[in-house]
Design a protein around this ligand. Structure first.
Ligand code: G1P
Length: 309
């Protein structure tokens, strides 16, 4: 007799993409920030590709008013494909088509921007009673450094929910959710047990230097908790607050953390975004050599010293 697996497999990813992107105005006046190019791909495509690489096949984008370009990006563009085909431009044609076959894409809207917890709650109907992943678009995880697949394996071993953590300098912890952890998740070398979480604590109130980075594998019980979660920091319904309750009460299984030590790129504000573009472009075979050579010259130039050019 075949027994069902003790823990349901994760197939769905939820990507909140309804933010107003005010840090990037005016670029984001009519374009979602998730569509801003990181080298030559929109940020959202990296995130969707990461989900697919970890074996997730169904991606729900929780969007806001400016959703059209997001949907169009993951859809066919027959006119463009025909034009590239006519020109015999096979490379670019392949790059355009890559964006369509990535995953089974779905969209829902978050009418009022009431916070990350509320965005996740908007996915409840689509997700149903299955565990699911949440990926935040401001954090890009280098495709060479697996994180989500490790988190999915931890969920398979322990059930409950899994949160990605990263050590940050103490003066930066107030930008993130922060976790109190204890070692020894049943001897699992990949996981720590989360005992408490605080959203954006002051440095002297932070329980550790472990910041929540934007990857979660969540038990569907989180929806029940989110429905009862009052607005928290910034007047918004915080995912961190729901997870805090789950970690303390253990009502929907344990909450574990996976401490990520790989390469993470921040695209959340303009300076971090620029650094990310430069770092990723330097790594590229087609652009890297020329860009690195130019950068070397540029940083020693008078224009650089004078802060001009
Ligand atoms: C959100 C979460 C925070 C987490 C961060 C990761 O904050 O609320 O807990 O540490 O993402 O990027 P936001 O950056 O959206 O303010």
């Amino acid at each position: 007799m075949v027994h069902p697996p003790a823990v349901a497999a994760v197939t769905k990813a939820v990507v909140p993409a309804a933010g107003l992107g005010t840090r990037f105005l005016p670029a984001t006046k009519a374009t979602p920030k998730e569509m801003l190019p990181v080298v030559d791909k929109p940020a959202i495509q990296y995130v969707v590709e990461e989900a697919v690489a970890a074996g997730l096949t169904d991606v729900l984008l929780v969007t806001g008013r400016n959703k059209n370009s997001l949907e169009n990006h993951f859809d066919r563009n027959w006119e463009l494909e025909a034009a590239l085909e006519a020109k015999g431009d096979d490379d670019r044609l392949a790059r355009v088509r890559e964006t369509v076959v990535v995953a089974d894409m779905h969209y829902t809207r978050q009418g009022d921007p009431r916070g990350l917890g509320h965005a996740v709650l908007c996915a409840a109907r689509h997700v149903g009673r299955e565990p699911f992943a949440v990926l935040l678009g401001d954090d890009l995880i280098d495709a060479r450094d697996p994180l989500l697949s490790t988190m999915l394996a931890v969920r398979e071993r322990h059930g409950g929910s899994v949160v990605a953590l990263m050590q940050v300098p103490s003066d930066q912890i107030s930008l993130y959710g922060c976790a109190a952890v204890e070692d020894g998740a049943g001897g699992d070398p990949d996981a720590v047990r989360i005992t408490d979480l605080v959203e954006k604590p002051a440095p002297d109130e932070a329980p550790s230097d472990l910041a929540v980075i934007g990857r979660y594998v969540l038990d569907p019980g989180v929806f029940d908790v989110l429905r009862e979660t009052p607005p928290g920091r910034g007047g918004e319904i915080q995912l961190t607050d729901a997870l805090r309750r789950m970690a303390r009460e253990g009502s929907h299984g344990p909450v574990h953390g996976v401490v990520f030590r790989g390469r993470r790129y921040d695209t959340g504000d303009r300076l971090d975004y620029l650094k990310t573009v430069v770092r990723l472009a330097c790594d590229r075979e087609d652009l890297g050599p020329d860009l690195r050579a130019w950068l070397r010259g540029f940083v020693t130039s008078e224009a650089f010293e004078a802060g001009r050019e």
